[in-house]
Write a protein that binds this ligand. Structure first.
Ligand code: F6R
Length: 260
């Protein structure tokens, strides 16, 4: 895993947008894996600002997850989140953007359909990830099998709590969601994981300093051949690096470093 330390949320976001732009320039048919939540919001804004000269007509996007029961037009659906923050500003066609349907009549079928669609489009080239405080990636909560494919999950109270800020009332946060599985995520050719803020410091310390365990889903990324982590100073503040040096020493000269 390659770690790129940055000073703050905006630097993280600008760099992530830059990496995505390079991906699109290198391959105009690139398949992008996308995430929602607070972390990638400024990345999407930065991508929109920098995208003027890009040919986006042949890219495809796949999102990680969607809440159960919310239609694409529901204001709290991830369909809506993506439409407002990225797809509409970039004028992507509906046929280019893919999310699992949380309102499908048969969610098991929907999970299978989504997994197949990803394969049909050639798999995800570069997947953007945030990380939950409990180590979840997508909505794969602690304990999820590392071999899981797109599936239906019960959301942990802590995750519903963390996401309640997007809903009018806490009780409105759905209890279940449909998410790409851990094996689906690991199939992506490249992964960019973003982490910003103190809230993520324990998760980053576990990811970077502790061993792989199903109790901390993101730890599987240690086995992926191509992971770039862009994280800011507060998110790295509890991480110790090789020889036990604190993050701050690495931050000082803005070095990149390899772990494992
Ligand atoms: C979002 C997703 C989640 C978030 C994670 C962090 O599609 O799959 O795993 O990346 O919950 O959320 P934020 O960015 O709001 O801290």
């Amino acid at each position: 895993m390659r770690v790129i330390p940055v000073n703050n949320y905006q630097e993280m976001s600008d760099l992530a947008a830059e990496l995505f732009i390079q991906e699109i320039k290198n391959d105009p048919e690139v398949v992008l894996g996308l995430a929602t939540g607070g972390t990638p919001e400024a990345t999407y804004r930065s991508l929109i600002q920098k995208s003027q000269d890009l040919d986006l007509s042949r890219i495809h996007t796949f999102n990680l997850d969607e809440y159960e029961g919310l239609s694409p037009s529901h204001p709290n659906s991830y369909h809506r989140y993506m439409a407002e923050r990225l797809f509409e500003p970039l004028q992507l066609k509906a046929s280019q953007t893919h999310l699992p349907r949380g309102d499908a009549a048969d969610l098991e079928n929907e999970a299978e359909r989504y997994e197949q669609l990803i394969q049909e489009k050639g798999g995800v080239d570069v997947q953007l990830l945030g990380i939950g405080e409990n180590g979840h990636i997508g909505f794969n909560e602690p304990g999820t099998s590392f071999t899981s494919r797109t599936h239906i999950v019960d959301l942990k109270p802590s995750t519903r709590e963390a996401n309640a800020r997007y809903f009018e009332k806490k009780e409105d946060v759905p209890n279940r969601a449909i998410t790409m599985g851990i094996a689906s995520i690991m199939d992506s050719r490249r992964i960019i994981l973003l982490a910003s803020g103190e809230r993520k410091k324990q998760a980053m310390a576990k990811l970077l300093n502790e061993d792989k365990t199903q109790d901390f889903p993101a730890s599987i990324l240690q086995d992926h051949p191509y992971v770039t982590i862009i994280a800011d100073e507060p998110a790295l503040s509890a991480v110790s690096f090789e020889k036990g040096e604190p993050a701050a020493e690495y931050m000082a000269d803005q070095r990149e470093w390899e772990l494992r």
